[in-house]
Ligand binder design. Structure first.
Ligand code: NAI
Length: 660
């Protein structure tokens, strides 16, 4: 994405229509003096070192393949970093290879799948400027030419070594007269080439930097998409984590509207490592911090952050948002979003995402386990055993099969519990204030009272709205069957603790499991006190219903996927504060994304503006909530800068951007 930041308002264009954008862009090579781009092959044009790949093919059935591969890699690096003579490194590697022409064919097939991601993404650019692009490599023409040919780069523009074969097609050496087979080969070659114009060198190795060092190139770009070599990072004019970054730095047309490595992600509070992985693989620049940041620290750090990932402790206040000039999205890698000022986010056009369902299954599994444990008195008996008491008895031990489970709150968790409980043979009843479809054979109760009267087991899964305070109190415990089991893994304040303790004391309840409490310690070093601690038939857990490794990973995947989709396509599906729009994939069009204050008439203004310029709308989507309106307009023609300026000026616009 090509992303131009205008304070609050930003727009980006993904140039699937490269040529159309190039036509409207002054920075094309046609309008600049002659530029020459020298690109290295191994670990730059392709993701790998080709000779190492060749070895992994040719040594496939060799018993000490691993050791030889390791040796080849070491020699490769020593050569690239000038620790041994380059010709020496080539000779030793070729000896170790034991490769032939058939292996080369397989290598070419493999390399075609391993072209660097950003090089592939910008294929159109490379094709269009292939006359000015030279591949200069210490690798071999036999595999380089077939790869770069797909990018219209001619054989004459490829400078590399060549193999020597025996009659049976085995590689037995290389042309030692080739200038590139020797130390400083690239420099020596460039001197003979007499290229006219500005020369830009892109590569991952020291030999690439040497061209600049010798005064034969204007700039050297250290390409770090595949490998980062310390030895050149501080010597490079620019470190470019992708080819997009090179194009961006030189104001050249890109296949995407903004180099992804410029999208800064800050993940706080030990967010699951999977989130780092997902954002990192997307090419974003991700910073992580184990703890939360206080307001002053975050005020500073937030300035150049595009995506902020937090859990429950970091407070995203209005003041923080005032400094968040580049912030597009906040990811709450948890369920709740109370820590985020959602209204202020909306007013600044910042989308907030959380993970409402990712730990549902974990809660349900815990509740089911507890139901079985309580019905069989396992918890109490286990504790007795630890005190040396062996009391084998059948009294009070029940199967769960056929027992009536009453679920209060038939939302994500309640309804999933319903399905799994039924599979275990429980007879499910449920009550919800909203009409909910019964899953499986579950029976709807018309009132909470009805549910409480009927159930052998009552499990509460309502949400945390304030009206639910003390939802289960004296009256509700009285309505329950004597010997009922009660579970709460929803919110602590939903249960009135005094009557709860009374019901346990009186034996009204056979047992209980409680995961949430009206007052929970803020951290693991704070003491915990509760009137339930004295009951041996109460299972108490420290709010861990949703805390499993799987749930953490699901949360990380879910939130980061939604944010990436929002950045890449504009889809706001599952956003907490944005009107939810799930958008079709866009083909052969530009997508205009307008976030605005929810005031009437905006759609009409967008459409009349486009109509006046004869721009055809191929798709349009609008959704509003109380605060903001979200309009997506797909247009089927080249965009022009004038219309973008006008669209941005429409009153009540909060943010505007263009995709594709
Ligand atoms: P949800 O919002 O999907 O479902 C809540 C349901 O309760 C809704 O259908 C709603 O209509 C219903 N409801 C609200 N008030 C009610 C009332 N007075 N009587 C009957 N029905 C009522 O929420 P979800 O995801 O199922 O979560 C349920 C609860 O579990 C929430 O309080 C949540 O905070 C808590 N939770 C606890 C976790 C833990 O670690 N223990 C982890 C995840 C969620």
């Amino acid at each position: 994405m090509y992303f131009l930041d205008f304070n609050l308002q930003s727009y980006y264009i993904n140039a699937n229509f490269l040529s159309s954008i190039m036509a409207s862009n002054n920075y094309t090579w046609e309008t600049m003096d002659k530029q020459i781009l020298v690109i290295d092959f191994d670990s730059t044009f392709v993701q790998v070192e080709a000779l190492v790949e060749l070895a992994s093919i040719s040594l496939k059935d060799t018993s000490n393949k691993k050791e030889i591969l390791q040796e080849i890699e070491t020699i490769t690096n020593q050569g690239v970093e000038e620790k041994i003579l380059f010709s020496e490194s080539l000779r030793r590697r070729i000896e170790l290879l034991s490769a032939n022409k058939t292996h080369l064919d397989l290598l070419i097939k493999r390399l075609k799948r391993k072209i660097s991601v950003s090089i592939t993404r910008n294929k159109e650019f490379i094709k269009e400027h292939s006359e000015n692009i030279y591949i200069i490599s210490g690798g071999f023409k036999e595999f380089i030419v077939p790869i770069v040919r797909q990018f219209n780069i001619k054989q004459e523009n490829v400078f590399a070594n060549t193999f020597k074969f025996d009659e049976s097609g085995n590689i037995i050496g290389f042309d030692e007269k080739n200038i590139l087979a020797h130390d400083n080969g690239k420099v020596a070659l460039l001197k003979t080439m007499n290229l006219e114009g500005d020369i830009y060198v892109i590569g991952d190795g020291y030999t690439d930097f040497q061209i600049k060092k010798a005064g034969l190139a204007n700039k050297f770009y250290a390409f770090t998409e595949n490998i980062e070599r310390e030895s050149i990072l501080d010597k490079a004019d620019f470190v470019t984590p992708s080819f997009d970054e090179f194009l961006y730095l030189n104001k050249l047309p890109m296949a995407i509207s903004y180099p992804k490595n410029r999208i800064n992600v800050l993940l706080l509070e030990n967010v699951d490592p999977n989130a780092f992985k997902v954002f990192n693989e997307e090419g974003y620049n991700v910073q992580i911090q184990k703890s939360e940041l206080n307001e002053d620290e975050l005020l500073e750090r937030i300035k150049d952050i595009s995506i902020l990932g937090i859990r429950s402790k970091t407070q995203v206040t209005d003041k923080i948002l005032q400094n968040a000039h580049r912030l597009m999205a906040v990811g709450a890698f948890c369920i709740g979003t109370d820590q985020i000022n959602l209204g202020a986010c909306s007013n600044k056009g910042i989308a907030v995402f959380n993970a409402p369902y990712s730990n549902t299954r974990s809660v349900v599994e815990m509740v089911l386990g507890e139901i079985i444990i309580l019905m069989r008195n396992i918890y109490q008996q286990s504790n007795q055993m630890k005190q040396g008491i062996w009391e084998k008895s059948v009294a009070g031990n029940f199967e769960i099969r056929g027992k009536k489970l009453g679920i209060v709150g038939y939302g994500n968790i309640g309804s999933q519990l319903s399905v799994l409980a039924e599979a275990l043979g429980l007879d499910v009843y449920y009550y919800d204030i909203v009409e909910k479809l019964a899953l499986g054979n579950a029976t709807l109760c018309k009132s909470l009272d009805e549910l409480l009267r009927k159930s052998d087991i009552v499990s509460v899964h309502v949400d945390g709205r304030t009206e639910n305070k003390n939802l289960i109190s004296d009256k509700q415990f009285r309505l329950m069957k004597t010997g009922a089991i009660f579970l709460n893994a929803s919110r602590g304040f939903i249960v009135d603790m005094k009557p709860f303790a009374k019901a346990l004391e009186s034996g009204k309840l056979k047992g209980a499991a409680v995961d949430v409490f009206p007052e929970e310690p803020k951290n693991n070093s704070t003491d915990f006190n509760s009137e339930l601690q004295r009951f041996p038939n109460v299972i108490m857990t420290p709010h861990i219903g949703g805390s499993t490794i799987e749930a953490q990973k699901n949360i990380a995947d879910f939130v980061s996927d939604k944010i990436i989709s929002y950045v890449n396509t504009g889809s706001s599906f599952y956003s907490v504060n944005f009107p939810n729009l799930q958008l079709p994939e866009l083909k052969k069009a530009h997508r205009l994304i307008h976030i605005h204050q929810n005031k009437p008439g905006l759609l009409a203004q967008i459409n009349s503006l486009l109509a006046n310029r004869n721009i055809n709308i191929v798709g349009q989507y609008l959704k509003t909530n109380e605060e903001i309106g979200y309009v997506i307009t797909d247009i089927a023609r080249e965009y022009d800068e004038g219309v973008i300026k006008e669209l941005r000026k429409i009153p009540n616009t909060i943010k505007f951007r263009i995709l594709y």
